[in-house]
Write a protein that binds this ligand. Structure first.
Ligand SMILES: CC(C)(COP(=O)(O)OP(=O)(O)OC[C@H]1O[C@@H](n2cnc3c(N)ncnc32)[C@H](O)[C@@H]1OP(=O)(O)O)[C@@H](O)C(=O)NCCC(=O)NCCS
Length: 163
């Protein structure tokens, strides 16, 4: 049984995070290396990685704001991000395919929710595709309905969790 650890991201994690993002999301959905680096440097408090003794398994990254607009593509580059904002917008929840369906996203999300609560944040928002609504509901999120976002040319649902 491997030992798991969850910690804030560091710049040295960039290549592995980019590799996980690229292998896990299809096409346009994956963030570029530049976007991931910007998220690491701008808001490491909202970017946690889950690792075992060998490697990073997956991560969650997010920004903070006072006013959430989930279809705002610029926010993915943290334009409009304010670390003092009490509302958190998750940009990516991702587990490397080698480790999927083993409860890893659940562990990472539980920890993320606890961290955001401890930081005094009040809500977490995200968008997801229809097939993941149930998963996020298990994590405590509520379905807010279809999103205006056409990120990656796909259709999305908005979800939120009150902390
Ligand atoms: C979605 C993703 C993060 C799930 O990670 P995971 O570690 O496999 O998820 P877990 O094993 O913790 O599963 C948690 C729950 O969600 C369910 N679930 C996981 N993946 C699912 C999927 N693709 N479709 C439907 N339900 C799913 C599980 O059955 C589990 O429910 P259970 O507790 O009743 O068994 C992972 O598949 C991934 O990285 N996908 C590619 C990137 C992506 O689409 N991210 C989501 C962006 S909104």
């Amino acid at each position: 049984m491997s030992t798991l650890n969850i910690r804030p991201v560091q710049e040295r994690d960039l290549d592995r995070c980019f590799a996980i993002e690229t292998v896990s999301y299809s096409g346009d959905e994956a963030a570029s290396k530049e976007k991931i680096l910007k998220r690491i440097n701008t808001y490491p408090e909202g970017f946690t990685v889950l690792e075992n003794e060998r490697e990073i398994i997956g991560f969650i990254n997010a920004g903070a704001t006072h006013q959430v607009e989930l279809s705002d593509e610029e926010f993915k580059e943290l334009i409009g991000h304010d670390p003092a904002g009490t509302q958190i917008v998750i940009m990516s929840v991702v587990i490397h395919p080698d480790y999927q369906r083993q409860g890893m996203a659940a562990k990472l999300m539980d920890d993320f929710i606890a961290r955001m609560k401890a930081m005094g944040k009040t809500e977490i928002y995200l968008i997801c595709q229809t097939e993941l609504i149930l998963m996020y509901e298990k994590f405590g999120y509520q379905d807010l309905g279809p999103s205006n976002s056409d990120h990656g040319g796909l259709s999305w649902h908005e979800m939120s969790l009150h902390l």
